[in-house]
Design a protein around this ligand. Structure first.
Ligand SMILES: *[C@@H]1O[C@H](CO)[C@@H](O)[C@H](O)[C@H]1NC(C)=O
Ligand SMILES: *[C@@H]1O[C@H](CO)[C@@H](O)[C@H](O)[C@H]1NC(C)=O
Ligand SMILES: *[C@@H]1O[C@H](CO)[C@@H](O)[C@H](O)[C@H]1NC(C)=O
Length: 424
């Protein structure tokens, strides 16, 4: 009881500070930044509130805690974004024979997703245990890749002028080239989750030569066409995205859900205090079935999940839902002409993706409908398998954090990697 009232007082103290901060803030672009206090102080607060420390440890700290050696690498894209890429070194007797694997996270997420569920369910660890050389990328604008050679993400709205189109066109190609050079390899394996799959389809359409650098791509919860999305709230928001986008933009919200923002703090706090409520939020957004991911993973996942991205990116997804097409960002007629040479945005031609691809889809994934996945599958020229996990409740995050993910998904990945390694 007493402990709870201390927490409550601390919580409202922060809320007051934050309100004062907004009122007095003169920042032109991010009025919603949580009153800035240094990392050690923030951690002390979370410790005092009784958080599971895995919620706030960063990638390197987490991996170190679980005894996996890591490295931090920096990649600069051709349009000046500076990205962090984390490497988990292979844990096996012959590391010299390891193959590089590139992992790409989803919307508002980071590389942390691959390890936050612990050593048994963390795919990053499982791959390292199986002697793979793991490279976990971070797309532009997230917590670890919030830098640019000239633009300041805190001051320049131009910094936030990107969507998954730029992730696919610049971030992933730069990261692939970097890894291949560092490991002196000709090819690598790719695993994407959610938007991390969209990124791949975008890259393969815009830069088809990159398919030659990928031995096999495994796409978990694939997202390309969103025509059959049946989440009524998302559909409603998508139909009205222009007005929402304009309103948020003029209020200075070019960046959303960053780790230092109040909304992150509040959601993280609520999830620590009431993990079951948090599960319910997963259910409402993705169709998740309660109890199929360890309850202890849920609040930890939330601490890492909402880690920053652009408003424009969300608008791009809204366009896919609204128009039912998988196409480039609609800048408006005049700007489309200038950017694409046509008044409407061109579609992504996924038939140009020549690398072998395995799709892994869930029967109850609110963000990746089987009918849309089937459409994608029908257009991929080198589809190895469209694997639908044979469990009726399987949803968006079961692939990466579910109790049975190692049996139903990871073993599949390892089997295919093993097969394609020999053909490589
Ligand atoms: C993780 O946190 C530690 C300690 O605060 C810091 O030294 C390190 O730079 C951080 N790593 C990354 C990748 O942010
Ligand atoms: C954003 O970037 C796109 C593509 O590079 C460009 O066409 C557009 O004019 C830019 N918009 C702004 C507001 O800078
Ligand atoms: C899409 O790409 C395929 C394979 O390169 C090509 O045959 C086809 O003509 C392209 N479709 C369009 C509409 O450009």
């Amino acid at each position: 009881m007493e402990q709870y009232s201390v927490k409550r007082v601390l919580f409202f103290f922060i809320l007051t500070l934050y309100t004062l901060h907004i009122v007095t803030s003169r920042s032109s672009i991010r009025p919603n930044k949580l009153v800035s206090y240094s990392i050690p102080e923030k951690r002390l607060l979370k410790k005092a509130l009784g958080y599971n420390e895995d919620t706030y440890l960063n990638f390197t700290e987490l991996a170190t805690k679980y005894k996996y050696p890591t490295e931090v690498h920096t990649v600069t894209t051709e349009d000046g974004y500076i990205l962090s890429v984390f490497r988990i070194l292979p844990k096996c007797s012959e590391p010299a024979k390891s193959y590089p694997v590139l992992l790409m996270h989803g919307l508002f997420d980071t590389a942390d997703l691959w390890i936050l569920a612990g050593t048994k369910i963390g795919l990053g660890y499982v791959l390292a245990d199986n002697c793979y050389d793991v490279w976990a990328a971070n797309s532009r604008g997230n917590h670890y890749s919030r830098r640019h050679v000239t633009l300041d993400p805190n001051k320049d709205p131009e910094y936030w002028n990107f969507t998954f189109d730029e992730n696919g066109n610049f971030d992933v190609p730069a990261t692939i080239d970097y890894i291949l050079e560092k490991t002196r390899s000709l090819k690598l394996f790719y695993i994407g989750h959610s938007q991390g799959t969209t990124t791949y389809f975008t890259m393969g359409s815009l830069r088809p030569d990159y398919s030659n650098k990928v031995t096999l791509a495994v796409q978990l919860a694939p997202v390309a066409w969103l025509k059959n999305l049946n989440n009524p709230l998302a559909v409603l928001a998508a139909r009205n995205y222009e007005i929402i986008q304009t309103t948020l933009e003029s209020a200075g919200f070019s960046e959303l859900f960053a780790r230092d923002h109040l909304e992150h703090f509040v959601i993280e706090f609520l999830c620590q205090m009431a993990p079951r409520l948090c599960e319910l939020a997963f259910t409402l957004t993705t169709g998740y079935k309660q109890g199929t991911i360890p309850l202890s993973t849920i609040p930890v996942a939330i601490g890492h999940l909402l880690s920053g991205g652009s408003l424009k990116n969300l608008a791009h997804f809204a366009q896919l839902i609204k128009y039912g097409k998988f196409q480039r960002y609609d800048e408006g007629k005049k700007d489309n002409l200038r950017r694409y040479g046509s008044p409407t945005p061109p579609p992504y031609n996924v038939s140009r993706i020549s690398s072998p691809i395995v799709l892994v889809a869930g029967q109850n994934d609110g963000l990746s409908q089987l009918r849309d996945v089937a459409k994608l599958a029908s257009k991929l020229p080198n589809l190895v398998e469209n694997y639908i996990v044979p469990i009726s409740y399987w949803s968006h995050h079961n692939h990466i954090w579910g109790f049975t993910a190692p049996d139903l998904v990871f073993s599949k990945i390892l089997k295919y990697f093993n097969q394609f390694k020999t053909e490589y």
